[in-house]
Write a protein that binds this ligand. Structure first.
Ligand SMILES: [Zn+2]
Length: 89
């Protein structure tokens, strides 16, 4: 396992998320696409993730008002602050 262009499934999945977020360099993109073509497991994940994102995005755009999204993220932030208190393990 010494080939530079070859990546394992874990690495592929990690990069896959970045790929879907549009945060990959062209080089890493090509590496992932290469892996996806040779690996059914990862290809299925890719397909699913991509579809999921499209569905979520279109639902967000059509059904959920922006004010609600803002309220939810504000809620999540205050929730995170509550959880993030010292003394809890
Ligand atoms: Zn794989």
């Amino acid at each position: 396992m010494a080939e530079d262009d070859d990546i394992d499934c874990n690495r592929a999945l990690i990069e896959l998320y970045q790929f879907l977020d549009g945060e990959l360099t062209i080089e890493s993109r090509e590496r992932i696409e290469l892996h996806l073509h040779g690996c059914q497991h990862c290809f299925a994940s890719y397909d699913f993730e991509q579809e999921l994102r499209i569905v979520v995005r279109s639902k967000l755009e059509t059904q959920i008002p922006r004010t609600l999204i803002e309220r939810i993220s504000a809620l999540l932030e205050s929730e995170a602050r509550t959880i993030d208190q010292p003394g809890q393990a």
